[in-house]
Design a protein. Sequence first.
Length: 620
Amino acid sequence: MADIKQKLFAEFPPITTEEWEAKINADLKGKDYERALVWRTQEGFNVRPYYRQENLKELNYLDSLPGEFPFVRGNKKTNNDWFVRQNIFVQDFAEANKKALDVLGKGVTSLGFLFSECSSVTKESLAVLLKDICLEAAEVNLVCSCDNSNCAQVFADYISKGNWDASKVVASVSIDPIGTMVLQGKLDNDALASLKTNIEKAKAVKNLRTIAVHGKFFANSGSSITQELAFSLAQGAEYLTQLTEAGVSIDNAAKAIKFNFGISNNYFMEIAKLRTARLLWAKIVEAYSPECKCSAKLIAHSETNRYNKTVYDPYVNMLRTQTEAMSAVLGGAHSVTVLPFNAIYEETTEFSERIARNQQALLKEESHLDKIADPSAGSYYIENLTASLADEAWKLFLAVQDKGGFIAAFKEGFVQAEIKAMAAQRDKNIALRRENLLGTNQFPNFTEKITAEFDGSLFEAVDLTEEGAEVETLKPYRGAQAFEALRYTTDMYSKENKRPLAFMLTIGNLTFRKARAQFACNFFAVAGFSVVDNNGFATVEEGVAAAKAAGADIVVVCSSDDEYATIVPAVAEQLDEEILVVAGVPACQAELEAKGITNFIHVKSNILEELKAYQSKLGI
């Protein structure tokens, strides 16, 4: 065996980083290394094309085991199990109970009861809602819209006087007056003051958390992952300060808080986000000198973001939520909610809810991601993402603290300004297709048409600002909304009018015409226009005749740059009312523009603005 090992070592000698870099630069053949291989993230740091063991030398937290402070490697020592949560909107308590019992038999282990009217939550109504539910086996979460509600006290009293072992009940009540200020613009000081009372009343149920931090509000408003982390931690720190100053011990205060994060489609960064959140929260709580370091465990519920979900090609939402759930699980989430694929535009169905549940069942029963503690351990890439994300989030967290804490920073407008700037950049990236939303701004389903009449609010930001708001609020929205409104306008127009037709006049060089026709078809289909591709025409006359016969509204010339100088003017001479478009940025563009040919589409086009312009030209 020793001889075999020696032979293997001799055959595969160690390769230094310098040797790797030399090989990479040789293969780049003069291309700029930084531009070609380094990922410039929106999180404030760059990601290298590869990492090695030497990149882990400075990461001190790697000395700890899963379940040990600072919990970056997870809160559990022996497994990675999580609660599978499904939310239920409570309008009728008996019906909500019936649905809860049904889904508990289908793989759900955590229930989120969402109340529109918190005053309806009484000991009697809870008895109806929780009838026949084993509260020692399933997590229960009461999400109340009113921060002054006594949900926590009612629930704690209900449990303590029941037949359950209160020490085995895991539950939460979502009281978040600061989060309410973020969305509605007013801070209820009475609600802040009542947090202490709720914590004291909840002591009867050891694992009942009564305060929520909603990081998903930031995520769904267009924030970066760094911003979601930093502002969530700053909000959590604000609660710690308020509570400890009110006389609550740091241990009790920290154990009362539950974080609710969104999950984006940035797969590896989301894994790193939860690991970073536990690391930084542990350090924050440690600064308050708790009696037990176990108080510094961050409990995170993760919910798939609405920001990147789409109305068009909605089944793609299943692909998005599957990878999102997987990243949250690998990151060590306490519980996960997968929103059904149609949740953003209609009432969810039995089918969509079943698919959402089964997506998590796959991760447990087939992928076994619940079996291994810290399943992402040892990845040089993820460990470095965690460290980099921690550095950037901590800088932003400290910037908030320098302004007096989260409440002061929000009242000043600092938080809103940071998120709005990031959201604007992301909107621009989506418009330029640097950030792709499959089926919406890239590779749309050509045959999909929406005939249902949606409320216009579906394509607008959610504004929950109250009258007399004291501060500017965050307004959650979806990145796809502008594109969806664009295509929906075409769909509604086409219910009574001819759907616009973009015709590909393919001619000349085979390689260029095919590539540019494919690009142009995708381009115009994004706006819901019908598109016609062609194998190629022998002459301009043949192509123009075919376009007219097809009833084209837009004629897109697809050829090579060298041939455009002669082909495009010839096409222009034979068109009548049709809009002429050139696919590409040819060297002869200035010459063509001098002849009145001004429409060019290419990979650097702002597709959103240009498609709006074409709609306007067509009278849509």
